[in-house]
Design a protein around this ligand. Structure first.
Ligand SMILES: [Fe+2]
Length: 205
């Protein structure tokens, strides 16, 4: 017989998903903010292909709808940090949040990328293509380790090479900024509108 002395999950990659309850009014207010911002500036080009990407730090806006997402992002980042860290209380650190808004119209997508320099990245879904089939609105995460196709036979979720899903409107997801991800092309006429953010911790001075 064997006596188990330890079981560890090495190099696992956390991903957390939340739902903002009763988000319809909030999302309508965010869409109005987005339209106003788009009318005022033409945006910047980052990993987005087609569509619009707001300029500067969105969380500096004092619009109540944006501040609600800022608070939700902060709570979500604290929660996932508590889940992975037993030694540091994240509330004892300074957290810097930087956010922007993305819209993907028909044909728009985001090429594979990471968010270097940050600890956590997240996305809040304001509007999504309302489809059940196809890949519109889907985000895909790629295994940061080298490819291990021979593990497929075990059908173990910890050893999958990628994870693809379509978050619902009102969902907020957070993942490590080193994790490679991309957004599938939108094949519908309904815009995908998201608020993305980076969170970076620093020791207080
Ligand atoms: Fe991203």
């Amino acid at each position: 017989m064997l006596e188990q002395t330890k079981y560890q999950k090495l190099f696992s990659t956390p991903l957390i998903r939340f739902r903002v309850p009763d988000c319809a009014v909030l999302n309508a207010a965010l869409l109005m903010e987005s339209e106003q911002m788009r009318a005022e500036n033409s945006g910047v080009s980052k990993s987005n292909r087609g569509g619009w990407h707001s300029e500067g730090n969105l969380f500096e806006s004092d619009a109540p709808s944006i501040q609600r997402i800022r608070n939700a992002a902060q709570d979500a980042v604290l929660e996932i940090t508590r889940k992975v860290s037993s030694k540091v209380d994240p509330e004892s650190l300074d957290m810097k949040l930087f956010a922007w808004m993305n819209t993907n119209p028909r044909g728009g997508y985001n090429a594979p990328h990471t968010h270097p320099g940050a600890h956590w990245s997240g996305v809040y879904y304001v509007s999504q293509p309302d489809v059940e089939d196809g890949s519109s609105g889907m985000i895909e995460f790629l295994d940061p380790r080298s490819a291990m196709p021979h593990w497929r036979i075990l059908e173990a979720s910890s050893f999958r090479e990628k994870l693809t899903f379509r978050p619902s409107v009102g969902e907020l997801i957070v993942f490590p900024s080193y994790l490679m991800h991309w957004v599938h092309p939108n094949h519908t006429d309904a815009e995908r509108v998201t608020i993305a953010f980076n969170a970076t911790f620093r020791r207080p001075k």
